[in-house]
Write a protein that binds this ligand. Sequence first.
Ligand SMILES: [Zn+2]
Length: 440
Amino acid sequence: MKMSNPSRAAGPPLPGGLQLTKYSFGVGDRFAHQAKAQLRACLLAARLGLEIIPVWNKSNREHTIVGSKPGSVRTAAEAAVRELGWKKPFHVDADHITLETVEGFLESSDYYTLDVAAAIGKPALTSEVDSFLARHPELLERIELPGIERPLEISRPAAAQIAGKYLFAAREASRIYRRIEAAKGKGSFVTEVSMDETDSPQTPAELLVILAALADEGVPVQAIAPKFTGRFNKGVDYVGDPVQFESEFRRDVAAIAHAIRVYNLPAALKLSIHSGSDKFSIYPAIHRALRDFSAGVHVKTAGTTWLEEVIGLAEADGDGLALAKEIYAQAHAHRDELCAPYATVIDVEIAALPAPDEVQGWSSPQYANALRHDQKCADYNPSFRQLLHVGYKVAAQFGQRYLDMLDACEQSIARNVTTNLYERHLKPIFLAEQLSAAAR
Ligand SMILES: [Zn+2]
């Protein structure tokens, strides 16, 4: 079997191996029809001189629900790159993979998000914790983080407790990493480690201990996805205290810069923000941190594009709108089973859901306005949006009928997909300075 060469599009591999660019943006394309519209958002940013690298991500869970195969993500991405003449790198992310699910992604991905959340808290041996602490006396000293007022201070008991909680997970990351390295070769892929799908957020001190442990294991981690403080619900805004988020995010960014120096981790290492779409109230804080620390970031999105597909169908009116209404009616009928797997990352208020009969009478703008994430619009309904967010299984069951309608309504969908990513995501996260410079 021919292994695809992921660095092909980006030129020969760099001497230090494949390196993730400073700014990268993860996009999900559940039905493999929007890669071009997504890439156009990066092209618009490139026109302002800003390099934002697209990473197409799809998890095993998503493939299972949609009934797609990992190779289809690369095929769609390569077609978009070819058609739009994108000359910069791009990546295909095997999102949230484990040792059990990695096999199917070995051929077509060049970016791997090793999910070790399930290994967090599996106790490490006391002897392992002791030798980790003996190896890392620097963790117990006052750690001055440039740009952060309060130094990081980790007591010995705290360090032992953190190491006990995370050493097993670091070992698990190493196991998955070795499996990929054996199949693809060192330096030929990007490694991300994710811990976001767990109960409690990680503190900057925990992040530092985890990075030290990953360095010990020889995992060349280039992106790390902690669980941040607050709720990152799917497809809607951040729920939490943006001020607290900003202070912790800045400490995380500074801790990463420190870890790169002290533990000789890849210079490209940066934070990865999962469920990063639609978190409008914290984008200014993220933007300020990137600017003040000259830091990079990876922001992962997925379902926001699927929702734009449905908005595009609704805006196309006629058969498109009719299908969008049918999707809602089915999602409403099966709301309990659709919401269950996502219970921790959605807040659907059942009483706020319009009855399918009522939606049946909606005009095209009424449907689009209820669904589109515009908090200033009086018709916007976050419960309606979140139910449809998890409702992609319904479209998957429609099969070819749904795909044909995507083709028929392509213009209206593509316009919504590109505008959503560029105007509501890339601009506020990455582009504020470029835009004000351009306006001067
Ligand atoms: Zn995640």
